[in-house]
Design a binder for this molecule. Structure first.
Ligand code: PRX
Length: 651
């Protein structure tokens, strides 16, 4: 477990109580904790009934008759797209749903009525292709308005969607599409990234050579780059929707019907298809969005600067904000294009009031310097948020001092793809914050830091983060693999959910997340399994064996460090090193490219043949080496360490 968290804890005693003016008007109030403590099921049921429009209101809260296969509101019926669109139209159809900003500078303003029309037309288009309730639809797009349209259209007709991050490669599409047996793949001709084009349709073409279940590929024209269209299989989005009416009857969904599958990394090379259902997920999304971000739908301009390809975008760009009738910003590009003040210029132009981003972005902003935010008037901001990885107190303070106007509260929100919605976070009008701490579980959520045996650690102690009660937005299973669901999350400590993170709890009961305790790296807030990168490396003909660890990195939190043993006939050249890095990018995506690769004749192994990643982590982080006495080949460790040293000197 990382030591740095302990250091933070010892050093960090700054406390930021919520400003009085903020508390006085806050959506989330202290009495919610009491209400939820008294009866968490009743609390969540009240949220579900008050915040959601049901066709049939649920009479049941939690069904725990078959743990850990929990159900929530299981006799309720609803449609999520109805909740995100239709119910707002009568009184608020003219309100802006998204101010969309394209990377090259083009913009679109999309009202709720316009969004609804597009969703209905596309939903009819999907139905015209024979897509029915229960069919899976894979989505591989850039950050264009058609992406939320596609998701909502799927939700409207009851077809579970599975968004595949647009930075992934063709191989990643193949794995995910085949795992779920998707019938339709939705994409764009290409996506903009720092002025160049990511060839999304080409990647789909390559993938579709190996995805037999895909019947149609629907293509948004975004870039107008050359793409090939296969007759009968590939259809332009604009052709499909052209003659479709703007009314499409929503499917009546049971609360426990599948809404989406989102793949995330685990400790094996096979990504896990995390399943979220309809009623509980929406309850978690609307409630946490309203309370944590203090949403005032009539005045806020809210911006979650994530990518919809990750869970953060699902819950806090699409479902939460739309169900809450919020006006959001949606931005297509990167923060440094065309210049490093792009985000700040958007905040100024649209008068953004709430801004949510990741620590890795904040560290990049710090590195670029405060002159970029200083160029802009950011005084419209009234609340800041972070998510994705532990935020170091210095990044928290920089965010506070240079982005937020005076006393602007910061919500550090801990959650996961699996949890569906924020779990541990301040309520900005209630909780006094400490830089670097996600503070305490939200009302209705119950967490405990436990030791190896599962006993809660005393205040001041550290251990493993567990969630001790079911919650509505929780994952229901792993697609096609109930056993893996049980063994990954519910077996380490029977009866409670094991999150895979280490945490400390301080004397005031505040939680400090220390990061992953399994073989999953967190690179720029994105989980990548060491196994996945190792498999990609070993799939190259030159590689005999590979071990990968997450090494501490100033900018990205962790960076991927790979140790590679070559097949005898290959030589250790810089050219091969670069080729291997590109090979991983083509297998998984650029995000998984190792930052460093060190060639070594052997890897440190235990006598039973297990690779000792712990030692490789010590080497990567330039720490004193841990115990090597149990190794079968202890001499190799020093050799690798020397090589790593040489590598650092070269840098
Ligand atoms: O290790 C924790 C870290 O991100 C993991 C979840 O990753 P993912 O499923 O990709 O979802 C990311 C966005 C919800 C967690 O197990 N993490 C997330 N938020 C925080 C965090 N670590 C510390 N502080 C956070 N606020």
């Amino acid at each position: 477990m990382a030591d740095s968290g302990i250091e933070n804890l010892l050093q960090e005693d700054r406390l930021f109580p919520p400003p009085r003016e903020f508390s006085e008007q806050a959506v989330g109030t202290a009495d919610l904790y009491e209400e939820a403590d008294a009866d968490y099921i009743a609390y969540w049921t009240r949220q579900a009934k008050e915040r959601i429009t049901w066709y049939k209101e649920p009479t049941e809260g939690l069904d725990d008759s078959n743990p850990p296969f929990f159900k929530w509101f299981s006799d309720g019926e609803l449609n999520i797209s109805y909740n995100c669109l239709d119910r707002h139209l009568e009184t608020g159809g003219d309100k802006v749903a998204y101010h969309w900003v394209g990377e090259p500078g083009d913009t679109r303003t999309i009202t709720y009525t316009e969004l609804s029309d597009e969703v209905n037309r596309f939903a009819n288009g999907l139905r015209s292709l024979g897509v029915v309730k229960g069919d899976r639809v894979a989505i591989y797009m850039g950050m264009v308005p058609e992406l939320p349209v596609a998701m909502l259209a799927c939700a409207r007709i009851g077809a579970p969607h599975s968004v595949i991050f647009g930075g992934f490669s063709a191989d990643s599409i193949i794995d995910r599409v085949n795992d779920q047996g998707a019938k339709v793949l939705i994409t764009c001709d290409g996506a903009w990234r720092r002025g160049s084009v990511v060839p999304l349709k080409d990647n789909c073409d390559r993938a579709m050579e190996e995805t037999p279940t895909i019947e149609h590929c629907l293509v948004v024209k975004r870039i107008e780059n050359d793409v090939s269209m296969v007759d009968g299989r590939d259809i332009w989005w604009h052709d499909l929707v052209e003659h479709q009416p703007t009314e499409c009857e929503p499917e009546v969904m049971n609360a426990e019907d599948l809404l989406y599958i989102l793949y995330t990394s685990g400790t094996t090379a096979k990504p896990k298809g995390i399943m979220h259902t309809t009623g509980g997920y929406l309850t978690g999304a609307v409630t946490t969005h309203a309370l944590v971000f203090d949403i005032k739908p009539d005045s806020d301009v809210y911006w979650c600067a994530a990518d919809i390809g990750w869970v953060t975008g699902h819950t806090y760009i699409v479902y939460g904000p739309l169900a809450n009738h919020t006006t959001s910003i949606m931005y297509e590009g990167t923060p440094d294009y065309p210049d490093k003040d792009r985000l700040w210029s958007i905040i100024e132009e649209y008068g953004v009031t709430i801004f949510y981003t990741a620590p890795t972005a904040i560290r990049a902003f710090m590195k670029w310097g405060e002159q970029y935010p200083q160029r802009h008037d950011l005084s419209s901001l009234r609340l800041l948020g972070t998510v994705g990885e532990p935020i170091n107190p210095s990044a928290w303070m920089w965010y506070h001092d240079h982005i937020g106007p005076q006393d602007c509260p910061i919500v550090d929100t801990w959650w996961q793809t699996e949890t569906g919605a924020i779990m541990i976070s301040p309520l900005p009008g209630v909780t006094a914050t400490k830089p670097g701490s996600a503070t305490k579980p939200l009302p209705g959520i119950s967490a405990s830091v436990v030791d190896v045996e599962g006993h809660p650690v005393p205040l001041g102690g550290g251990g493993y983060l567990t969630i001790t009660q079911p919650w509505p937005a929780m994952l229901r299973s792993i697609y096609g693999d109930d056993e893996r669901y049980v063994s990954t999350y519910w077996s380490r400590y029977p009866g409670v959910y094991f999150a895979g993170d280490g945490a400390k709890i301080d004397e005031d009961g505040y939680l400090w997340i220390l990061g992953r305790v399994d073989d999953v790296m967190n690179v720029s807030g994105h989980r990548i399994s060491t196994m996945e990168v190792e498999s990609a490396l070993v799939s190259h003909p030159s590689v005999a064996e590979a071990a990968v660890v997450g090494a501490a990195d100033e900018l990205t939190g962790q960076a991927i460090a790979a140790f590679v043993t070559l097949v005898g006939s290959f030589e250790e050249t810089d050219g091969l090193l670069e080729e291997l890095r590109s090979h991983v990018a083509s297998k998984i995506g650029a995000i998984a490219k190792p930052k460093t690769i060190i060639f070594t004749p052997d890897l440190p192994k235990t006598r039973s043949g297990k690779i000792m990643r712990r030692l490789l982590r010590d080497i990567s982080d330039n720490r004193v080496l841990g115990d090597v006495t149990t190794l079968a080949n202890s001499e190799i460790v020093q050799a690798i360490a020397d090589q790593a040293e040489a590598y650092r000197d070269d840098d």
